[in-house]
Design a protein around this ligand. Structure first.
Ligand SMILES: NC(=O)C1=CN([C@@H]2O[C@H](COP(=O)(O)OP(=O)(O)OC[C@H]3O[C@@H](n4cnc5c(N)ncnc54)[C@H](OP(=O)(O)O)[C@@H]3O)[C@@H](O)[C@H]2O)[C@@H](O)CC1
Ligand SMILES: [K+]
Length: 500
């Protein structure tokens, strides 16, 4: 079954939902959060006898930890709680949770104890959640480093402490969880930049709240269910004309590999025909590995096709700029990648032509290209990837994909998504060209623009995950291996969808 997508809220949205739900919530939300954490912890401690350690912080995240500790104490499990703050300064709900823990007979240590000889059954991080305001220093930083050094499973409550829940940045130092239980809904920072490295396995506990009923979700996690409408089985009486023509433009001298990779990906995504227009006058007339690709001069190829992707290996000279101008003037859906993005970043006239286009435009930058387009540094883009992709989409009135782990997609209508497929095997040359080709291939088959973008981004990562599962990578995974995996997945998903 194709799992449905989950909503994503920045911290401000989670706060709005909490504030609306809190007055009537029975049992209170913190009780639900502590209980949900305890249930998840039980699963992680199967076959792990002995004590668990819960490190509690000075806010409500710590409160969740005290509730969780009380559940284990009452169930007769040995649990050790460390809290270095002043209980008198705990916020209301957390103070009640500490009192209930104390009244149940729980003891609170003011420093981390030494681990028992057999190790902890589980280490729980209830130090900071969505209220983290600044980099962690001093005693809390020491605690996090010490906890990270412990063997065995490590669970974070709501957010790994030290991770910014909105951006995925590490503020000072962050707890490295093997499991994270997050409440109400996903948050962007858990899914992009350094978030996935710190969350481990991520589980959402909704606390019996329907978040969308309180506040419509601004963002969504990418899942195949979002583009499954396009999974049409092919009629027996099909012919290539039904599946459209994709056009890839690029390949200046010494850079022909990039558009050829994109072309192969477009074929594997199912395009009826793929034209590759190369700028290099001495380019080979045929791709001997993929002779189905129809290699043309760039000018010639531009007159073909239903969907155009321009940029892989394009170069930035006047010939390239002129081709980009022609592509922008066409009526077709247009994917801009690599040097096409760099040209637009450097030339206001080209940027204006991209922004004013009637047919859809998709920008697919990596962080450095995004920085050039936004006239800032790659670091600034990475500091807040979500804001960056939304700003790109707004500024160019275009669809934007910001690549990198936890790729982000923003549409001109304001909707955004985060993709979770993919792995470090994709940190290799040519992977971006494959994404560009997939997009062109799906657009050529007349997938609606949003479905094509979401589908291409997800397939791209899922194909790499399939290779990884077969032992092909992450080390040494290469871009030319991806298109075959894309084909397998796409056919599987279409068949699966029609069996349901
Ligand atoms: N609200 C609800 O309904 C529910 C909330 N729930 C739970 O509450 C969590 C949010 O709780 P929260 O708002 O109290 O924030 P939290 O993450 O505990 O941290 C705030 C404390 O940390 C401090 N502090 C911050 N940064 C610091 C730093 N770098 N270094 C040192 N101190 C720092 C900050 O101090 P201050 O900035 O005021 O000096 C304040 O004392 C949420 O993630 C979920 O787990 C669930 O129970 C469900 C219901
Ligand atoms: K935490």
């Amino acid at each position: 079954m194709l799992q449905s997508s989950q909503p994503i809220y920045p911290v401000a949205g989670i706060r709005t939902i909490e504030t609306a739900a809190m007055p009537t919530a029975k049992p209170p939300l913190m009780e639900r959060a502590g209980r949900a954490s305890a249930e998840e912890a039980v699963r992680l401690m199967i076959d792990r006898p002995g004590a668990l350690l819960i490190a509690c912080g000075p806010g409500n995240n710590g409160g969740d930890g005290f509730v969780m500790a009380r559940h284990f104490l009452q169930a007769g499990r040995q649990v050790v709680v460390a809290f270095s703050g002043d209980t008198a300064k705990l916020p209301g709900d957390a103070k009640k949770a500490w009192e209930a823990w104390r009244d149940a007979g729980g003891e609170t240590l003011s420093d981390l104890p030494a681990a028992p000889p057999e190790g902890w059954a589980l280490v729980v991080d209830a130090l900071f959640g969505i209220g983290l305001q600044r980099p962690i220093t001093g005693r809390y930083a020491e605690w996090i480093r010490a906890l990270n050094a412990l063997p065995g499973p490590r669970m974070s409550i709501d957010v790994p402490s030290g991770l910014c829940a909105d951006t995925g940045r590490v503020l000072g130092v962050a707890f490295r969880a093997t499991h994270t239980v997050t409440f109400i809904a996903l948050k962007p920072g858990l899914l992009t930049l350094d978030g996935p490295d710190h969350c481990g396995e991520l589980v959402v506990k909704r606390l019996d709240l329907d978040a969308n009923a309180f506040l419509p979700a601004p963002g969504w996690e990418v899942r195949p269910a979002l583009f499954a409408d396009q999974f049409t089985p092919r009629r027996l009486n099909a012919h290539k004309g039904l599946f459209g023509d994709a056009v890839i433009i690029g390949g200046a001298p010494s850079m022909c590999g990039a558009p050829l990779l994109a072309g192969r990906a477009a074929l594997r995504a199912g395009a009826g025909r793929v034209f590759v227009g190369l700028l290099d006058p001495r380019a080979p007339a045929v791709d001997l590995v993929q002779p189905e690709l129809m290699i043309r001069s760039a000018e010639h190829a531009l007159s073909e096709g239903q969907a155009i992707a321009i940029g892989p290996g394009l170069g930035r000279d006047t010939v390239a700029a002129d081709l980009l101008r022609q592509a922008l003037a066409s009526d077709h859906a247009l994917v801009l990648d690599a040097d096409a993005l760099n040209l637009i970043a450097d030339d206001d006239t080209l940027a204006g032509a991209a922004t004013r286009r009637h047919a859809p435009v998709v920008l697919t930058p990596h962080p450095a290209e995004a920085a050039r387009l936004l006239k800032c540094s790659p670091d600034q883009v990475q500091q807040n990837r979500l804001d960056a992709v939304i700003e790109l989409s707004r500024r160019f009135d275009a669809h934007a994909v910001l690549k990198g782990h936890g790729s982000l997609i923003a549409h001109p209508n304001g909707r955004w998504l985060i993709n979770r497929s993919g792995n470090p095997g994709m940190s290799a040359a040519g992977m971006g060209d494959v994404l560009t080709g997939l997009l062109a291939g799906l657009l050529a088959q007349r997938w609606p623009i949003e479905a094509a973008i979401i589908g291409a981004v997800h397939l791209h990562g899922a194909a790499a995950d399939l290779l990884l599962a077969k032992g092909i990578g992450p080390i040494g995974m290469s871009a030319s291996e991806l298109p075959d995996a894309v084909r397998i997945l796409l056919n599987q998903w279409v068949a699966q969808h029609h069996r349901q």
